[in-house]
Design a protein around this ligand. Structure first.
Ligand SMILES: Cc1cc2nc3c(=O)[nH]c(=O)nc-3n(C[C@H](O)[C@H](O)[C@H](O)COP(=O)(O)OP(=O)(O)OC[C@H]3O[C@@H](n4cnc5c(N)ncnc54)[C@H](O)[C@@H]3O)c2cc1C
Length: 478
């Protein structure tokens, strides 16, 4: 999911499309000496095997047939896996000395080709930087490549919990979430990554001849949040924690989709960690949940605080629904059932794509206050072409409603027709068929991020081609 657009400093539409491939135009060299580079990286964990390099040059952009075709040939020349910040500093110096592109990756679960090296070069894989460094009341510090689930398991020992995480948390890294993600599970309670108080401190390594470490605190971290690793290498993050809650994972079933949406809104005031409306057409793909999510009922997947369960059940009943499952996570695992969090966000899309690649998806934000009528009218208009799925969350202290719609793939032209229709209905589309930050979600160039890039990546080597805010004339020797 991508963020709601910020006020436009420079409208992205006013800028010509960013080049997709080729190093030229980004201050990088096309004639790098890879033998010399490999020599300078000696002693580090370097991957040169072609099959491994190909694997480590991919992410989940294959959800989009457009990106799958566009990015098919993008492969790193070398992959390097540091395990300490000192090693990152060394790698950054090598990249700067040879003026080669450097693309950082975590677990590679991003959907926009965020960590696909468009111009080849070095891929810096952070997954060996996996340690949880410090846990204090209200805060945890971890290395960039620590998996969110591992961090959660560590902080739970202290009765605390992460405030929000992507539904991919079993593999996704903390820096990948901050640099490429937006919000997710927990956003009903704690808002999104952009909301003050969620991100506390981070360390960023610059890419220049003598790399430095810059520390950012609080809202200044927004300079690297959702910047797709284009303006510095995050090595360490400190994020806020909340007291742990033993959430009840719930599925509530309804005959009509409007009832699910109304109930999700009515339950908005209850203490929850997830509130996700899912169209009944997804049901056959939730194979482990057949008994709890039958194909003739629409579902509300939720995570509810135990003391609020009675009231939640009342609200479900008053909207014509029934609760088909209510379990704590250990019970779910013991029964071989997925947690509600893995039935939401882009896991909904994944359930179908695992079985049937003839679909793709679109991401949408609705104007507030949310009008379920918009969804119901679109549902009637599109019939079986588009399947509905809405997420209810908080953002900047206000209610926010997003959709991750499953769309039958009938070609790029039809995708853009649908995007135009959705926008004509007053909604914002985060186009998942493009690679730049601005064309996808942000809609505008974030000038603070570009100013930070001038400090952290003065030669323009980081993840070239991913931001329209950087042009070759901005690059300088450093
Ligand atoms: C099934 C599915 C469900 C998803 N659900 C959600 C969701 O609920 N919410 C959400 O926000 N996203 C979601 N996503 C997108 C993605 O999984 C998340 O954003 C995730 O947090 C990315 O983490 P990662 O470690 O895989 O990062 P990667 O995909 O490896 O990288 C993401 C971006 O971060 C940059 N990056 C990685 N590490 C660093 C670093 N150390 N320094 C600087 N930049 C870095 C990369 O260059 C890239 O641009 C989902 C994706 C899938 C496939």
């Amino acid at each position: 999911m991508d963020p709601t657009p910020l006020p436009a400093a420079i409208p992205a539409a006013a800028i010509p499309p960013a080049p997709i491939t080729g190093a030229s135009g980004h201050g990088v060299r096309d004639d790098a000496d890879w033998v010399a580079i490999a020599g300078e990286l000696q002693g580090l964990n370097v991957v040169s095997d072609e099959r491994q390099r190909r694997l480590l040059s991919k992410d989940f952009h294959w959800y989009s047939p457009i990106l799958a075709e566009q990015l098919a040939g993008c492969v790193a020349d070398l992959v390097v896996k540091p395990s300490t910040e000192a090693e990152v500093l060394r790698i950054a110096a090598v990249a700067a000395r040879h003026r080669v592109p450097i693309t950082v990756r975590g677990a590679g679960t991003g959907n926009y080709g965020q960590c696909v090296p468009l111009a080849g070069g070095l891929v810096l894989d952070c997954t060996e930087m996996m340690r949880v460094l410090d846990i204090q009341p209200g805060r945890v510090t971890a290395q960039a490549g620590a998996r969110l689930l591992d961090i959660e398991l560590a902080v739970r020992e202290t009765g605390q919990a992460l405030r929000l995480w992507p539904s991919t948390w079993q593999v996704a890294t903390i820096a990948g979430f901050v640099a490429g993600g937006f919000g997710g599970v927990g956003s009903t309670a704690h808002g999104v990554l952009r909301d003050s108080g969620n991100l506390l401190r981070c360390r960023v390594v610059t890419v220049e001849a003598e790399p430095r470490v810059i520390e950012l605190y609080g809202d200044d971290i927004q300079q690297v949040h959702h910047a797709y690793g284009s303006n510095g290498i995050i090595t360490e993050l400190e994020v806020a924690l909340s007291p742990a809650v033993d959430w009840v994972h719930v599925i509530a079933l309804f005959p009509a989709y409007g009832q699910v949406l109304d109930c999700a809104m009515a339950a908005g005031g209850l203490p929850s960690f997830l509130m996700s409306a899912v169209d009944r057409r997804f049901a056959p793909y939730y194979t482990a949940l057949q008994a709890h999510f039958p194909a003739d009922r629409h579902a509300l997947f939720a995570m509810i605080a135990p003391p609020a369960m009675d009231e939640f059940r009342r609200r479900v009943a008053s909207h014509g629904g029934t609760v088909s499952l209510a379990m704590h996570e250990p019970e779910l695992r013991a029964a071989g059932l997925p947690p509600a969090s893995e039935c939401a966000y882009n896991h909904t899309t994944l359930q179908v794509l695992k079985a049937d690649r003839s679909f793709t998806y679109l991401q949408v934000a609705y104007p507030q206050p949310f009008d379920p009528g918009v969804v119901l009218r679109q549902m009637a208009r599109w019939g079986d072409e588009v399947w509905q799925h809405q997420e209810f969350a908080m953002m900047h202290g206000e209610a926010a409603t997003f959709a991750i719609l499953l769309v039958r793939w009938t070609g790029a032209e039809r995708q853009y027709e649908l995007i135009a229709e959705i926008e004509a209905d007053g909604c914002t589309v985060f186009n998942p068929h493009v690679v730049t930050i601005e064309d996808g979600g942000m809609k505008a160039i974030d000038s603070a991020q570009i100013e930070f890039k001038k400090r952290a990546d003065p030669m323009g080597l980081m993840n070239p081609g991913k931001t329209r805010g950087w042009s070759p004339d901005m690059a300088r020797e450093a």
